[in-house]
Design a protein around this ligand. Structure first.
Ligand code: HEC
Ligand code: HEC
Length: 179
């Protein structure tokens, strides 16, 4: 998928975390935690294990954790991919069907994930994670940093601060605020 958008392109390869059996077991445990507790306490490492999702939804920006949006918002996104934040992100019907299933199974269930379309600058009716009440509350301490730091651009640029966002890792360990 080619990207003609302004969003930062992911160039770093996915970090290889699954080399050893032990690592796999640890990862699996962390994923279980994240799944059982979509955006609550815990490790904040989200399972973005679907290859089609990564290749179709992780080229223009990081593959955002589906766990951070409710099913209805994800369906809205999928139904408007031809007009996706000013980009054409359309995918073929077979991939769309697979992603529809994947997203339905991995959608977030916690309160505060519903966005208000009116609060989605530049996005029309397409939901954002970065405008949900949950996100705003969670990021209130860095709201000024996001506004003032030109290298970040906007809150959708998760990887500016969450250095391993491309692998679904939003843990405190991998958090580095840009100066
Ligand atoms: C052709 C490029 C492109 C592709 C492919 C693409 N997107 Fe996007 N996406 C964008 C742009 C551009 C934005 C707006 C980013 C910004 O505001 O800086 C965006 C924003 C988003 C946001 C909102 C981010 C936030 O919280 O502010 C979500 C969610 C999203 N995309 C999901 C998806 C999903 C799911 C797919 C795969 C089906 C996908 N995207 C594929 C270009 C793309
Ligand atoms: C300007 C830097 C910055 C950007 C950009 C950013 N975050 Fe964060 N994020 C933070 C900080 C700082 C925290 C820790 C907040 C705290 O614990 O007070 C955090 C916390 C989180 C958490 C964990 C919440 C918790 O309960 O500890 C998740 C999940 C998260 N961010 C997801 C995202 C996603 C998804 C994006 C992009 C759509 C994003 N963040 C963009 C700085 C950022």
């Amino acid at each position: 998928m080619r990207c003609n958008c302004t969003a930062p392109r992911q160039t770093r390869p996915l970090l290889a975390r699954t080399g050893a059996m032990v690592a796999t077991a640890v990862t699996a445990a962390a994923l279980l935690l994240a799944t059982a507790n979509p955006a609550g306490a815990g490790e904040h490492i989200y399972d973005i294990g679907n290859k089609t999702y990564k290749s179709e939804c992780g080229t223009c920006h990081v593959a955002y954790p589906p766990q951070l949006l409710p099913a209805a918002s994800l369906r809205l996104i999928m139904s408007g991919l031809d007009k996706h934040f000013g980009s054409d992100a359309s995918i073929d019907p077979k991939a769309a069907e697979e992603l529809g299933r994947y997203l339905a199974q991995n959608a977030g269930q916690r309160r505060g994930l519903e966005g208000t379309p009116a609060k989605n600058p530049g996005a029309g009716m397409t939901p954002r994670i970065s405008t949900t009440p949950w996100f705003i509350k969670e990021h209130r301490k860095v709201a000024d940093t996001i506004r003032n730091n030109k290298t970040i651009g906007n809150a959708a640029n998760c990887a500016a601060c969450h250095t391993r966002a491309d692998s679904g890792d939003y843990s405190e360990r991998s958090l580095r605020l840009p100066r």
